[in-house]
Design a protein around this ligand. Structure first.
Ligand code: PLP
Length: 462
């Protein structure tokens, strides 16, 4: 049909039935790839879009339209990206990248039945915590351990199990909010506990805790201020000083370490972050921390401490609702096993490897990638190698910045440039600051894949 015919009011388009269209030969390859239901859905949308327009049913055009629609639809929604934001443990980008050993263990557990709750020795029922508790005890010195969905769940479960309907004392300097609406006062309420705040924002003394203890007090809780630091005229009571007070009054002493770690970060020239072992050795009764922050494992909430308290926590009905599945337990077990050989951690655990990477190494990588990047940008923008400071992320060591190097891109329309990098086959996520688009290379492990896709960068001026 010519343009003139259409303009003269050819009959309005009436689509054939969806079944007819689905049998068009032009659609056969698409049905082969995406399956009939999705193609039928696309055909309906195509017909709707054309209803009432002067048009004819062109099989080939229809197939192309449906294919374009399905390409976007069958693309996985959760996709691999390059995290070059400078934040090693980026919550929005999935936090820790797992060790190869953990990936293997998870894949194995996904593919087959496992001994999740089965004791091969006696052929009887076993406990899922048995796969990770011995490792956690070995690595922290604790008497017992359990694990749940994440650290937020761990805090909720511990509070409910040990202080339901009773009071828990927390310093006002530790009433934190972390991302995703996790606020200590709200968690307390949901756990059925009454929060008793003591001290002030900047100063809390031992005597403040002592004065707040009453007949309804069940526990004292310390919370690691993970995403902020209070500076200046400050005083907080170290957990060690609370131990004798809690013992004397028969209270449980709980500490939420947030990130926590199982290794001494100083080994790799990093600042100190409290280890779970330190907390246990000081005498904290129950310690909670995350699996996918500094620990470098799958999302999980780990709880270690005194045997009788961990037993109470594990028996709480909420534990059943918050428990880990076999896949994450397998990955967690494999990750914990790596900590038994700390000398090789930096080699085997991606989180430690990224944190321990020397700045000179990152700089050399940036220099290697710069010519390819300049070529890809053409006249659209300038690029160079610049020193930057990154961070651990997920609340660990909020004020300590990691010396690093970045590919720095400057030009007009930085937001558009950033968008072009996000539209690459493996999207590249950077950070805009000071009119510059920075790609911090500390976390770039697959250099070849990064370099290989640069020529697909779609920017004006190439
Ligand atoms: C991160 C964090 C949590 C929550 O841990 P998730 O594993 O993300 O649930 C709780 N408390 C503190 C202090 C944290 O830093």
């Amino acid at each position: 049909m010519s343009r003139a015919d259409r303009a003269q009011g050819a009959p309005a388009f009436r689509p054939p039935s969806v079944d007819r269209m689905a049998s068009w030969p032009a659609l056969a390859p698409l049905i082969g790839r995406a399956g009939r239901p999705l193609v039928v859905e696309a055909l309906r949308a195509w017909a709707d879009a054309r209803r009432g327009t002067p048009d004819v049913a062109d099989e080939v055009a229809c197939a192309r339209w449906c294919e374009a629609r399905l390409v976007a639809l069958v693309q996985p929604s959760q996709r691999r990206v390059f995290n070059l934001t400078g934040t090693v443990l980026h919550t929005n980008l999935g936090r820790a990248v797992l060790a190869e050993e953990a990936i293997q263990a998870a894949v194995e557990a996904m593919r087959s039945p496992t001994t999740l709750e089965y004791d091969l020795g006696g052929g009887a029922r076993g406990e899922r915590d048995d796969h990770i508790a011995p490792w956690l005890c070995r690595l922290t010195g604790a008497e017992a351990a359990t694990a749940v969905n994440n650290n937020a769940a761990a805090v909720l479960l511990v509070l409910n199990a040990l202080a339901d309907g009773r009071e828990v004392i927390v310093s006002r300097g530790e009433l934190i909010e972390i991302g995703g609406a996790f606020r200590i006062p709200d968690i307390m309420a949901r756990a059925g506990c009454r929060l008793v705040e003591v001290g002030t924002t900047n100063r809390t003394h031992l005597k403040d805790y002592a004065a707040a203890i009453g007949p309804d007090t069940a526990a004292i809780m310390k919370v690691h201020p993970s995403n902020y630091a209070i500076q200046g005229f400050t005083k907080s009571v170290p957990a060690a000083e609370l131990v004798s007070l809690a013992r004397e009054k028969g209270l449980a002493l709980i500490e939420d370490l947030g990130s926590g770690t199982l290794a001494d970060l100083e080994t790799w020239g990093l600042p100190h972050e409290p280890t779970a072992r330190e907390a246990v050795e000081v005498g904290i009764d129950v310690v909670t921390f995350s699996g996918d922050k500094l620990l470098g494992g799958p999302q999980a909430g780990l709880v270690v401490g005194r045997k009788h308290l961990i037993e109470r926590i594990a028996r709480n009905p909420m534990k059943r609702a918050l428990r880990l599945d076999k896949v994450r337990l397998a990955a967690l077990e494999a990750t914990l096993r790596l900590y038994a050989d700390p000398g090789r951690l930096a080699e085997r655990l991606p989180t430690i490897r990224a944190l321990a990477r020397p700045a000179a190494d990152i700089r050399a990588q940036a220099e290697r990638l710069l010519p390819g990047l300049r070529k890809a940008l053409g006249s659209a923008a300038e690029a160079g190698v610049e020193p930057v400071r990154g961070q651990i992320g997920s609340g660990a060591l909020p004020v300590d910045l990691l010396e690093s190097f970045a590919l720095a891109v400057r030009g007009r329309g930085l937001d558009h440039l950033a968008d072009a990098f996000r539209r690459l086959p493996i999207p590249v996520i950077g950070r805009i600051a000071d009119d510059t688009l920075f790609f911090d290379l500390r976390t770039l492990d697959d250099e070849a894949a990064f370099a290989a896709q640069l020529d697909k960068l779609d920017v004006m001026g190439r």
